[in-house]
Every structure is written in structure tokens, then in C-alpha cells.
Design a protein around this ligand. Structure first.
Ligand code: UD1
Ligand code: CA
Length: 455
């Protein structure tokens, strides 16, 4: 049977107390809704129908790159009413998989099992046993164990509240049944909403088979209604990531202080200290050492690279055996060739640093091409911006730039050139020569310090 996926994402998320629609809040740097759309695309080649509503234009705009069919729910009258909006877009011979925009970590494998286990003419529900089921719909079963209905927490009596089997909100239902049932739902309940959960009792009365499946771990179907749950699920996600990397041979000094907000790959025997944040696409070689409190965003590291504490790397490519930091900042377009060193309080932007070259202290290197075995002394600044244009600095192999030099771009420092410390260099420096541009030193004999005036 063909499958249509619908993701309910129109709710405001009152319990978030936020100006941002709930499904735009993030886990691991990615909007909740994006997690669900991505998972949906793994199990169904037809793009999912996303039901949007509250501040929906904002949601649509921010997530425009997602492959989805957007259908509006003009008023948020409940989950049953939300799914009703999708029906005109679904063929009668389809099965409908319902996912929730606020249940972000559901796994594709679980959904595949769920789909396989549910007979085509049955109503499938993904249920789970929660240690604390507070706030969730409970699964009611008869004495034979057959599901008879779902009762919402707000409508449940004391006995029903003791039930730990909950409704994840994920269902599999033949479209024809939905088309018959959804228009008949009533909103006579504590929240005055059209509950999708009411279709379960309808199925039971009509003797339609109701089939339940449970995920491998209940956390997969944890929903996010408030910021506490958001934080909890973030940690659950990060812990799973940490476990995955440790199993692959990566040392994490503390798996509880490890955050991946994107795609990360790490080679074996790399060790990662505490509070390191990985964002975007990060690829790390083997035998690397990442010190504490670093941020790595869209970075590629070769093997045996050491990143020392408190370094911030963004859009950098670092070859094998380099040493960076502590307190280094690499901005987009920084390319470090093998065995180069970038030390403390150094900022590099849109520059190539050649093999074995060193920029170890307090420097700014921007829009530059630095050759091999160059030594850039402390406090060197490439003056790349004239107030209007960015200009390039070229430094040849084996050059030596004395401390506290200003290199006013566009400029070329020849191969093997030496720049005297404290120079302001505004014209090209010839290869293999010493270039100095600073006022000569003089001493004035018999000079008197100014005296304090008598009042
Ligand atoms: C719902 C279920 C509950 C289940 C829980 C699992 C109902 C009535 N209750 O409760 O049994 O245990 O999920 O997480 O279905 N939405 C819309 N339009 C609306 C209302 C909601 O699109 O008018 C969307 C929300 O954006 C959200 C999802 O539906 O993604 C669930 O809505 P929410 O209000 O969070 O329902 P719960 O109270 O969590
Ligand atoms: Ca919810």
C-alpha cells in the first residue's frame, strides 16, 4: 500500500512561553520540525505533508529548503482537526503515517518496523511505557489486552492516570477510515479540542483491528511541550552521539559535556576534552587532541592535529601535524598546511599558511598567502583593509617578519626576506634582504624630565 506521511506542526506550543513557534526550537542545532521531516524522508520517497498554522509563515520561510508539502490549518482546533486539513491531498488507497512536529527524535528504523508490523487494514499506534506519563494520553485496554481507546491526561480519572502506557501520537491509518472518521469528531472534552485520539475508540466500536508497536527506547517518542523537556531531549541526543563516538575509538573526557550540532566524523584515538562544541560539517582525523572549551564549525582537521584550549575555528582546513591555540581564532578561508603553528591570540582569515610556518603570538593575518617555513613575529598585523577594499599580502618561503610589524597590503614580502621588528612596510620587500622601516634610535644627553609646577 502506498504511504502518505503527515506531520502535525500547527500548534503554538503554549507551554514553551515563547515568541518562536515550538517546532522552530532546536535540538542539536536543528529545528524540531526539520528532524521529523528528515526522518520522514528516510522512510517515504513522497515528501511529507506538513500541517502548519501558528506563525506558520515564519515556519515555512525558515524551513523553506525542506522537501515538504505545506498545508495550512487556519485555526488550531486540535490534532483531529489538524489531520483533517491533510485529507484532500491524500489518495483513498493510501495509508497515512501521522508524525508530530514536537516528537523530534523518532527513528526511521522504528517507523519501518511499525509499518511492517501493522496490517494494511488495521489502525496502528506507536505506544511506549513511560516512567513518568504525566501530561500524556494513556492507552486503555480491555481485560483481553485489546486497546479500546485513548484518554487524555486532562480528561483522565485517578485510576487512568496510573497507567504508564502512553500514546506517542504516531499512528498508521488507512486513508478511507480517516476520511470517514475525522469529520465526525466532537470537541466535548476538557480542552474543547477535536482530538485525533478519539479515532481509536471509533475503531474499537467498528471492530477494526488496533495494532500497537513500541520503540526500542522510550526516549525516541518523548514529546517537547516545555523547555525542561527540550533540555532533557537535547541531553539524550548528545549522550547517544557521545556513545557512538566512544564506541568508534574516540576518547571523550566527559561524555556529558560533549555537543554535536551538525554532522561530525572523528578518526580513532582522537581525544576530545570537555565543553567542545561541533557545528555544521566537521571532519576530524585520527590521533588528534582537542583541548577544552573549543568551538569547531565547518572545519576539517588532518591526523595528529592539536587544538589547544579555548580556540574558535570556523570554516578552516587544517592539515596534519598542525598546532593551533590556545585562544586562537580561525575564520572562514583559513588553510593551514602540514606542521604549521598558530598560537595564542592570533586571528587568521581567508589566508593560507604554508608548511612548517609559524604565527605564534598576538597577530592578525587576513587575505594573505604565507609560504613555507615563514616565521611571523609577535604582534604582526596584515593591514588588509584600506577603508574600502580588501587587499592581499603575499609572503614568500623562509621569510622572517620581525615582531610588531605592520604590512600594508597590497604587498609582497620576497622569499627569504627579513623585516626588522617594529616596521611599517608599505612597499614590496626584496627577497633575501633586510628591510627596516622605523625611525632610527637616538639618545639625547643631558635631557631633563619635566618638573612639577609650583602653585
Ligand atoms: C498529544 C496527544 C496525546 C499524546 C501526545 C504525545 C491528542 C489529543 N493528544 O497531546 O495523546 O500522548 O500528543 O506527544 O492528540 N497540533 C496541530 N494543530 C492543533 C493542535 C496540535 O497541528 O490544532 C500539533 C502540534 O503542533 C504538535 C502535535 O499536533 O506537534 C501535538 O499537539 P499537542 O498540543 O502538543 O498535543 P499533546 O497535548 O502533546
Ligand atoms: Ca505535544
Amino acid at each position: 500500500m502506498m504511504l502518505s506521511t503527515v506531520i502535525l506542526a500547527a500548534g503554538q506550543g503554549k507551554r514553551m512561553h515563547s515568541d518562536t513557534p515550538k517546532v522552530l526550537h532546536r535540538i542539536a542545532g536543528k529545528a524540531l520540525l526539520e528532524h521529523v521531516v528528515n526522518t520522514a524522508s528516510l522512510i517515504n520517497s513522497n515528501p511529507p505533508i506538513v500541517i502548519y498554522g501558528h506563525e506558520g509563515e515564519k515556519v515555512k520561510q525558515i524551513l523553506a529548503q525542506l522537501n515538504a508539502q505545506w498545508v495550512q490549518q487556519p485555526e488550531q482546533l486540535g490534532t483531529g482537526h489538524a489531520l483533517l486539513q491533510a485529507l484532500p491531498h491524500i489518495a483513498d488507497d493510501h495509508r497515512v503515517l501521522v508524525l508530530y512536529g514536537d516528537v523530534p527524535l523518532i527513528q526511521a528504523d522504528t517507523l519501518k518496523k511499525f509499518i511492517q508490523a501493522t496490517p494494511g487494514d488495521a489502525l496502528g499506534i506507536l505506544t511506549a511505557h513511560f516512567p513518568d506519563p504525566t501530561g500524556l494520553g494513556r492507552i486503555l485496554r480491555d481485560e483481553k489486552g485489546n486497546i479500546t481507546s485513548i484518554i487524555e491526561d486532562k480528561d483522565a480519572d485517578a485510576n487512568q492516570k496510573n497507567i504508564h502506557e502512553i500514546n506517542s501520537g504516531i499512528y498508521l491509518i488507512p486513508a478511507t477510515l480517516l476520511k470517514r472518521w475525522l469529520p465526525t469528531l466532537k470537541n466535548q472534552n476538557a480542552q474543547k479540542e477535536y482530538y485525533l485520539t478519539d479515532i481509536v475508540a471509533l475503531a474499537a466500536t467498528e471492530n477494526i483491528a488496533i495494532h500497537s508497536t513500541e520503540p526500542a527506547t522510550y526516549e525516541e517518542v518523548l514529546g517537547i511541550n516545555d523547555r525542561l523537556q527540550l533540555a532533557k531531549l537535547e541531553r539524550f541526543y548528545q549522550h547517544k552521539m557521545a556513545e557512538k563516538f566512544m564506541r568508534q575509538g574516540v576518547t571523550l573526557h566527559d561524555p556529558a559535556r560533549f555537543d554535536v550540532r551538525g554532522e561530525l566524523s572523528v578518526g580513532r584515538d582522537t581525544s576530545i576534552d570537555i565543553n567542545v562544541i561541533f557545528e555544521g560539517h566537521v571532519k576530524i582525523g585520527s590521533h588528534c587532541i582537542i583541548g577544552p572549551h573549543c568551538v569547531l564549525r565547518n572545519v576539517i582537521l588532518g591526523d595528529r592535529v592539536e587544538i589547544k584550549a579555548n580556540s574558535v575555528l570556523d570554516g578552516a582546513e587544517i592539515a596534519e601535524d598542525c598546532i593551533v591555540g590556545p585562544f586562537a581564532r580561525l575564520r572562514p578561508g583559513s588553510i593551514l598546511a602540514p606542521r604549521s603553528h598558530v598560537g595564542n591570540f592570533v586571528e587568521i582569515k581567508n589566508s593560507e599558511i604554508g608548511t612548517g610556518s609559524k604565527v605564534n603570538h598576538l597577530s592578525y593575518v587576513g587575505d594573505s598567502e604565507v609560504g613555507k617555513n615563514v616565521n611571523i613575529g609577535a604582534g604582526t598585523i596584515t593591514c588588509n583593509y584600506d577603508g574600502l577594499n580588501k587587499n592581499r599580502t603575499i609572503i614568500g618561503d623562509n621569510a622572517f617578519i620581525g615582531s610588531n610589524s605592520s604590512l600594508i597590503a597590497p604587498i609582497t614580502i620576497g622569499e627569504g626576506a627579513t623585516i626588522g621588528a617594529g616596521s611599517t612596510i608599505s612597499r614590496d620587500a626584496q627577497p633575501h634582504q633586510l628591510t627596516v622601516a622605523r625611525s632610527p634610535q637616538r639618545s639625547i644627553a643631558n635631557w631633563q624630565r619635566p618638573q612639577k609646577k609650583e602653585i
